[in-house]
Design a protein. Structure first.
Length: 287
């Protein structure tokens, strides 16, 4: 008997997983591939996603449009860091119950290294660029170097518009809170988010590099977009480590039941991301 793991667009899945206990787990590379398919099906890839495509086509971006994106990105980056750290606790809690499985230990190592950079900037690309101390924590660095200059360029009405709540972002934050409560959940959060982080950094370079008011660029100096440039260099490394079938997040799902769990969470989480990027696309087009 097989269970049907929903694909993000509601179509029948191309990979159905065995539900019965004792059924052999699939190879981690097949789980990896299936998560990649979810991301493709949700059109979260650079050549299909509306926000990524719109970012390529923009010329001048008004500060209020950039603020709509930057303000919410700060909340997402903060939730990502803090929920992933909580999630490391979920992995450690599972590992502490007995002799930990090798897949769990490998995932714990990889997850700790990737999210550790958002807090402590150990990768050289971050170490060179990030401010010292707590100002270098990624969401704080983003707030100070991107959000604050945009707020300063907006009037009160624009600030209200640029910081208006987003249902899609609220839902993504809720998902991250829920995912952090289990080892499989946080593995999904890291696997999807670290991949998105690179493509988002590419799009952000285009958008924030073109923010202008009165014919003058807001981020005009070479180091003004250091947050984005450092992420362009580093996120390819994080994403690769998350996707490694032997030591990445899929290695954690070493039974059929865990694999099913991982794919269910991944299907829901990519949907959440698609909604957030649709919001970002709207912010760019509604100016
Ligand atoms: Fe980061
Ligand atoms: Fe990262």
């Amino acid at each position: 008997m097989t269970s049907l793991v929903p694909s993000p667009d509601g179509e029948l899945p191309t990979l159905a997983l065995p539900r019965s206990r004792g059924h052999a787990a699939l190879r981690p590379d097949l789980i990896e591939r299936r998560i990649g398919e979810f991301i493709e099906q949700a059109a979260l890839t650079p050549n299909r996603n509306g926000f990524f495509l719109a970012a390529r086509g923009t010329d001048a971006v008004p500060p209020v449009a950039a603020l709509c994106i930057a303000y919410h990105w700060r909340d997402i980056a903060r939730a990502f860091l803090l929920c992933a750290l909580k999630g490391l606790g979920s992995m450690a809690e599972e590992a502490s119950r007995g002799e930990p499985r090798p897949g769990l230990l490998r995932a714990l190592q990889a997850a700790h290294a990737a999210i550790g950079d958002d807090l402590n900037n150990r990768l050289p690309a971050f170490r060179k660029a990030a401010p010292a101390g707590i100002a270098g924590i990624h969401y704080v660095w983003w707030q100070d170097s991107i959000v604050a200059p945009l707020l300063a360029r907006c009037d009160a009405a624009e600030r209200a518009r640029g910081t208006a709540p987003s249902t899609a972002v609220d839902e993504l934050l809720r998902q991250m809170q829920a995912l952090s409560r289990s080892a499989i959940g946080v593995a999904v959060q890291l696997r999807v988010m670290e991949l998105m982080a690179f493509d988002i950094a590419v799009a952000f370079r285009r958008v924030f590099g073109r923010v202008a008011t009165g014919g003058r660029k807001v981020f005009a100096h070479r180091d003004d977009l250091a947050w984005i440039d450092a992420h362009l260099r580093a996120e390819a490394v994080h994403s690769r480590s998350m996707r490694d079938p032997d030591s990445g997040m899929a290695a954690l799902a070493d039974t059929a039941a865990r694999q099913e769990d991982m794919l269910m969470h991944a299907a829901a989480f990519v949907k959440g991301w698609a909604a957030v990027l649709a919001d970002f696309e709207h912010a760019l087009s509604a100016r």
